[in-house]
Design a protein around this ligand. Sequence first.
Ligand code: OOG
Ligand code: MG
Length: 257
Amino acid sequence: MNIADLARTLEHARLHQEPTEQVTNKASLTLDEAYQVQAAAVDLQLTASNHISGVKLGFTSEAKARQMGVSDVILGVLVSASEVRAGEALDTDRFIHPRVEAEIAFQVRSDITRVSNPRECVDAVAPALEVIDSRYKDFRFSVEDVVADNTSAAAYTVGPWTPIADLNVDLGDLLVELVIGGDTVAVGVGSDILGNPWEALNAAARLATAHGQRIEAGSVILAGAATQAVPLPATATITARVDGLGEAVLHTTGGIR
Ligand code: OOG
Ligand code: MG
């Protein structure tokens, strides 16, 4: 199968909530080819009203790497249609087997690719929630599979932005909590993300440069989950609470299908 066919298969799985076989069960795929499939599959989603809104890192924490059995840090693309804005609810029937993660987001002020200090290219930080949904059966994959599947990206929401200039805490020390319906279901600290969430910017710049992605001014970077992902409930309120940064809140509706 060629790159375009694989991209179409994954996009079909996403649109119709029909999980597909892992690509690497049928064919061998290099990591670079996997990033090409990812780019082609994202292209199929883009329209006049759906543009690239940022990038996301995966497997930046030990907890996530262990949960999924993949230890390489990976990069995916966020699209604007997958952002859940304040006041909107997320319909979980759009997904196959969604999970949710508490994350930290950065706002990009100037283009990051190929710069020596990506830290200077961001101007704000926020709590965030990411919904992931593997387009593969049983949520199982190799690193090449999950890269081709745009790192399971499905939806995200970002809480209030704190300007970096106003930050008086070390991001590595911040407690990151995932709360569902009032119960804390997972807890981590900033330093679980590559030793410090700032490191996520270096990883994003490195991977974007290596695989021909761009991280442009105005986009968002999700640094990767500090804790394991948990199943996304239909009809719930989910909160990412990050000490000192506040909360990102997501309401879900679903279970109708
Ligand atoms: C891949 C996406 C991982 C994260 O924050 O580590 C990710 C997956 O687990 O399906 O988004
Ligand atoms: Mg994530």
